[in-house]
Ligand binder design. Structure first.
Ligand code: HEC
Length: 145
């Protein structure tokens, strides 16, 4: 009886030891998998950034290649031209702003910025634009004929 008990205990210890081995291997496998996934993610991310950047550059090239009558500032190009056209000629979305005087444009922009004329499209844009920049922009637009 005693010998059997001892053998039983030894067996249990061995089984527990094997279980422990298996479990610890499993968890180290899991860690490996997590590391691999992280590696893949970090490999993929820079690629995404690059293609975004490439798209942006392509867009810029297209814009640069498009025929314009005027040298427009980068700010006008990025902030205004999508709605008002390459040189203020207007689009389906927004009216023409070419051929207007400097004073008129400054006044209009100020109206939008300060809610005297309510227009959510223009207001959202102008919220982050300083009065100085508005004047510079207005000067530029006043040259559009
Ligand atoms: C998202 C589209 C959009 C963008 C971008 C945009 N505008 Fe406008 N803008 C409009 C719309 C629409 C109106 C007409 C609003 C109205 O009728 O009150 C307008 C009106 C104007 C007017 C008044 C025109 C007039 O004769 O009454 C001026 C000036 C103007 N925008 C300048 C700008 C400038 C400068 C920028 C760049 C900082 C700009 N807009 C960017 C949509 C846009």
């Amino acid at each position: 009886m005693k010998a059997k008990n001892i053998v039983g205990i030894i067996l249990i210890v061995v089984i527990l030891f094997l279980l422990f081995l298996v479990l610890s291997q499993e968890s180290s496998k899991k860690v490996e998998v997590v590391e691999k996934v992280e590696e893949k993610v970090s490999k993929v991310e820079p690629k995404l950034e690059k293609s975004e950047e490439e798209k942006y550059l392509e867009d810029l090239k297209k814009q640069a290649g498009a025929k314009t009558d005027y040298e427009v500032s980068k700010y006008y190009k990025t902030a205004c031209s999508s709605c008002h056209g390459k040189s203020g000629e207007g689009t389906k979305v927004a009216p023409s702003i070419a051929g207007k005087s400097y004073e008129y444009i400054v006044e209009k922009l100020d109206d939008y910025k300060n809610d005297r004329v309510v227009n959510s499209l223009m207001k959202g844009l102008l919220n982050n634009t300083s009065d100085e920049d508005l004047k510079i922009l207005a000067k530029e637009i006043a040259n559009f004929k």
